[in-house]
Design a binder for this molecule. Structure first.
Ligand code: NAD
Ligand code: TYD
Length: 374
């Protein structure tokens, strides 16, 4: 039996991880620490809210004393660290929050873990600090470059990825210098249920349902390597259970897609759902293009993101061979599940797309002048 502290558990991946873990390990206790920023939503934890082994704490990872208290009071032996500012576009317009949460916040957790686990000897030998990071720390790839491996030098290009890279180095240093039991996972782009609709895949689905333009940055040929969120949760589980201390593991499913192709794929899937299920036209009367099976007519090329990384790709050999990890979903099955989830959960996404989110979106999309051939 373990007591887990999960930071950022009210966000997209953290919440999916908590759902997965509490099903897989019903005897474990899970404490979620989350500041409930615009990206955090307590409703994401509804599936476990009634579980007597689940506790929610509304608080900031930068509050070191609070973290120490949680570690002591709940006898935490495993800390899984998801909490972060995670959206690249927001890191371009407002990098300060990324430095605060991703760097200072991670350091606050490391200090608390060192104090309680090492200095005060709670679970001195048997503790784990698992840090959830991203493939974006490795920078960008040319079309024919080999995929990122764990030995690829760090070369972060956005304030987001630079702040994550800094946090990865701090985690490494606390292992090397103080002997804290750490592991790190660097995962590719995730998709699935509870994904905040400012990110590409949920943005496209919800914009189709509002009959709004589908903004494609630049020429749409940027490549991302996509993993279904539950497969990420399973990857983290493998690292926690079987990973070597002090090691980093890349998690991915060899699934590279150009943005424009994903958007076309989503348009086709939504159109198919609308023609298969006539009730959707009544549920989403605004979705005129989907009703006419022409969602792709909403595709709009817009100004490119500043410093936009061209390609990410994960080499998952180390996690495959050393941990026996491989994803369960294909992109076709995962994307279909995701589209179905958004079609069936409009209450969720309408609630998270509140006024402040809408005004941020309006600001972003005041830049729809095309700088590439449409
Ligand atoms: P998210 O933005 O959906 O959720 C982040 C959560 O952290 C939110 O619930 C938010 O309220 C919380 N949070 C933010 N600042 C906090 C603070 N100071 N104290 C406590 N809680 C705070 O992010 P996500 O997409 O779920 O990503 C989770 C982690 O996975 C991040 O560390 C991210 O870098 C990493 N990651 C994400 C992806 C991806 O595709 N989304 C891929 C690889 C790695
Ligand atoms: P995003 O979901 O923001 O993830 P990340 O930037 O962390 O990879 O974006 C995925 C890709 O989609 C990225 O290349 C930027 C692009 N993109 C668009 O073309 N249009 C959009 O409206 C958004 C949000 C992203």
């Amino acid at each position: 039996m373990s007591n887990l502290l999960v930071t950022g558990g009210a966000g997209f991946i953290g919440a999916n991880f908590v759902h997965y873990w509490m099903k897989a390990y019903p005897e474990d206790n899970v404490i979620v620490l989350d500041a409930l920023t615009y990206a955090g939503n307590k409703a994401n934890l509804n599936p476990v809210a009634e579980n007597p082994n689940f506790v929610f704490c509304h608080g900031d990872i930068c509050d070191t004393v609070l973290v120490e208290t949680l570690l002591r009071e709940h006898q935490v032996d495993t800390l899984v660290h998801f909490a972060a500012e995670s959206h690249v576009d927001r890191s371009i317009t407002g990098p300060d929050a990324f430095i605060e949460t991703n760097i200072i916040g991670t350091h606050s957790l490391l200090k608390a873990a060192k104090k309680v686990w090492l200095d005060e000897s709670l679970h001195k030998e048997n503790h784990r600090f698992h840090h959830v990071s991203t493939d974006e720390v490795y920078g960008t790839l040319e079309p024919n470059d080999p995929a990122f491996s764990e030995t690829t030098p760090y070369a972060p290009n956005s304030p987001y990825s630079a702040s994550k890279a800094a946090s990865d180095h701090l985690v490494r240093a606390y292992h090397h210098t103080y002997g804290l039991n750490v592991t790190t996972s660097n995962c590719s782009n995730n998709y699935g249920p509870y994904h905040f609709p400012e990110k590409l895949i949920p943005l496209v689905i919800t914009n189709i349902l509002h009959d709004k333009p589908l903004p494609i940055y630049g020429d749409g040929q940027q490549i991302r390597d996509w993993l279904y969120v539950e497969d990420h949760a399973r990857g983290i589980e493998s690292v926690i259970k079987k990973g070597r201390l002090g090691e980093c593991y890349n998690i991915g499913g060899i699934n590279e897609w150009a943005n424009i192709d994903i958007v076309q794929e989503i348009c086709a899937m939504v159109d198919e759902e609308f023609s298969r299920d006539q009730k959707l036209a009544e549920t989403y009367p605004e979705a005129k293009s989907a009703i006419a099976a022409q969602s792709d007519s909403l595709i709009t090329f817009v100004k490119d993101r500043a410093g936009h990384d061209r390609r990410y790709a994960i080499d998952p050999v180390k996690s495959n061979t050393e941990l026996g990890y491989s994803p369960k979903e294909t992109f076709a099955t995962g994307l279909r599940k995701t589209v179905a989830w958004y079609l069936n959960n409009q209450d969720w996404w309408r609630a998270v797309m509140d006024g402040s989110y809408q005004s941020w979106v309006e600001e972003q999309y005041q830049i729809p002048e095309t700088d590439v051939g449409v």
